[in-house]
Structure formats: C-alpha cells, structure tokens
Write a protein that binds this ligand. Structure first.
Ligand SMILES: [Zn+2]
Length: 367
C-alpha cells in the first residue's frame, strides 16, 4: 500500500459521490465511470442496461475468476438541512473520513475494488472481475437479478460484496416473510346470540402461530436460529358489536435454504385460511465454501444478518459470496454518511492478499 493507492481509492469514491445516483437515476454515474473515470482501464467493459461488467485486462478463461459486486445507487438525501459536514453530492474529507451520500453504501467499497482492477497484482493466478449494478436499495429485481437472468456473465468462482460490515465477514442473510391472516365473522349486537366472532376465530389461529414460534429450533449452518413474531393485530368495530373482520400479521425470519413452497408447507396453521404474504429470499454461503475466503477472513466464523444485500442472489445462484467491506453498517443511510479512509486502506490490503493467494487448487471441481 502506498500513499498513492489510498489517494486513488479516495478519488474513485469521490467520483461516485459527486454524481447523483439515487435509485432510478443511476445511468449518469455509470456513464461517468465507464467513459471518464475508468477511461484508462485496459480490460473489457461490458454495459448491460444500467450495469457494468469489468473484466481483467489479462482475462484467461482457463483461470478461476474472482472479484466484487457493488451497487451504484444510493438512498435519497432526506432533509438537506440535516447535512452538516457537507451536502450529499459534495465529497469532503475531514478527520480521516470521506463524507457524502453513498460514501459507505457503497462508493467506498466499490472504489477499493475498482482500484484493484485498474492495477491488478502482476503475480495473480486468477482473473479479476468487477460487477457494478443498479437498483439494490429498493430490493429485487435489481441489476444482479438482470445479469444472472441474461446469462451474460462469465463463470465466476467467488465474489465479495463490499457493503459496510466493519471489515468482518457476513456469510449471508435469512429469508424474511411477512404474512397476514384474516378471519371473518358476522356483525351483530353482543347481547344477542348472533353469528361467528372474527376475533375469537383469530385468537385461535394466533395460539397456533405462537406455538409454532415457540417451537422454532431450526438453525442455519452458522448456528443462528429462525425467528417468528406476531407484529400486528387488528379487528373489531365497537365495544358492543360482534367483530366481523380481524387480521394478524407476523414476520418470519426463515432458513434461506427453503423455497417459498417449503416454508408454506411448514406453516400448517395456514391450511384453509384466508392469507397472503410477501417474501424476500435470503441466501447463505455454505460453510464449506468459506474455505475459498480463508486468506481474506482468517478464522472468522462469519455472521448471518437480517438486513438484505445482493450477496443473497449470488449465493442462491451457487456462487460463493460474502459481504465484507469498510466501516460499520450503521453509517449507511444516515445524514452526514461517511466512510473511514483507514478502513478503506485495510480493505484494499486484505483484497490484494486474498486475490494473490488464490489459484486453481483453491477451487476444487465437484466430484
Ligand atoms: Zn448497500
């Protein structure tokens, strides 16, 4: 690492911050990267919609391919009067921190890897790849969904998603499901023996949901347990009216190895019920695949988190992928968002160490 490396990384991050790229407006920052910032990049650059794929200048299809995926979109700026250090698209360095919208989520992490792609270590025995995508902040489908579906990516053996993780390895995320169950009754005076009571009916379902929640012992490989919580209950009209409608919602953080169908199959209390749900599939890189990242993450067990990143989609596609990036995640989406320059420097050093440690023998062919 030289002074010029961190200067170059800071510059690459600043160039992303400078161009507004709130989700839905990413084409300008992609144009700027492709035609100006990466003008001297000697590898192939493939533009696919609002996504960019950067290929190693010495790309050799017989070598393994590793690299990074980062999103170029940011969340909105919020109330501009609450930005004190600088304005969202005016990058400023103060006290070793680079400020601006997207600094930590995730221009900084992208910059580390873009610098590595522009100056790949001469002694590498793998190809490097960079995948810049759009639309991550509003969930799937996003740029990663498009690239995987389009089938235009070369074979990829491992990826790092440099979202802010404070330099620790995040192996994946749970799936998250929001269910709503509705029951119905017949409205009538409570003094009369009228039709069915929607709340009584709902409470009997609620009991089954709680029983299921209490019985959850299913762990993902890293030893983290599934969780289910009832989060909302609604129903009733007045103190002397038999309720004709009621509903409850619950949030289920489920093992990402399960398909929607398998999850539904487990929730037997839904049978015959009026319900709907939304799902957000997670994904966890299996522990066996963690070996590929050994020289990057050392003996870290790797956490499993609840917030979602594109890592899930790569890992569902069978590509070993971890989240590992600079500075704590809590800095993301905040006013006066910043990334620590020291952390960028350490991320760069560990990325160089990782890519130069890899060769064909790291990626054993399936038997
Ligand atoms: Zn992000």
């Amino acid at each position: 690492m030289t002074v010029s490396d961190i200067d170059a990384i800071r510059h690459l991050a600043e160039e992303q911050i400078r161009i507004p790229s709130v989700t839905g407006t990413e084409s300008a920052v992609l144009d700027h990267l492709q035609h100006t910032v990466l003008k001297s990049f000697t590898g192939e650059i493939i533009r696919h919609g609002h996504n960019l794929i950067l290929l190693d200048p010495a790309y050799d299809p017989t070598r393994p391919t590793v690299g990074f995926n980062g999103h170029v979109d940011t969340v909105p700026y919020g109330d501009l009067s609450k930005w004190h250090v600088t304005q969202p698209t005016v990058p400023v360095v103060r006290d070793g921190r680079l400020y601006g919208r997207g600094a930590v989520d995730m221009a900084g992490g992208n910059a580390v890897w873009l610098h590595l792609l522009q100056h790949p270590p001469a002694d590498r025995r793998v190809n490097l790849i960079g995948v810049l995508t759009h639309g991550e902040e509003t969930g799937i489908p996003d740029g990663v969904t498009e690239l995987i579906a389009a089938g235009i990516l070369p074979d990829i053996d491992a990826l790092v998603v440099p979202e802010p993780t404070d330099e620790s390895a995040v192996l994946g995320t749970f799936s998250t499901y929001n269910f709503t169950i509705r029951t119905s009754g017949q409205a009538g005076h409570t003094a009369l023996d009228a039709g069915p009571n929607a709340i009584h009916e709902l409470l009997s379902v609620a009991q089954q949901v709680v029983f299921f929640a209490d019985s959850l012992l299913r762990e993902v490989e890293t030893g983290v347990r599934e969780k289910l919580h009832i989060t909302l209950i609604e129903g009733g009209q007045a103190l002397n009216v038999i309720p004709d409608a009621a509903s409850l919602s619950f949030n289920f953080r489920a093992d990402p190895a399960l398909t929607d169908e398998e999850v539904l199959h487990r929730l037997t209390f839904l049978e015959g019920r009026d319900f709907d749900y939304q799902s957000h599939r997670g994904g966890i890189t299996p522990l066996a695949d963690r070996e590929v990242f050994r020289s990057l993450i050392g003996d870290q067990v790797g956490q499993v988190l609840q917030y979602w990143t594109d890592q899930s989609q790569w890992s569902q596609a069978g590509i070993p992928t971890i989240n590992l990036g600079p500075s704590p995640a809590k800095l993301a989406h905040q006013y006066d968002e910043y990334v620590d320059l020291d952390s960028l420097q350490r991320c760069y050093e560990s990325a160089v160490r990782w890519v130069t440690s890899l060769d064909k023998s790291t990626f054993k062919q399936p038997q």
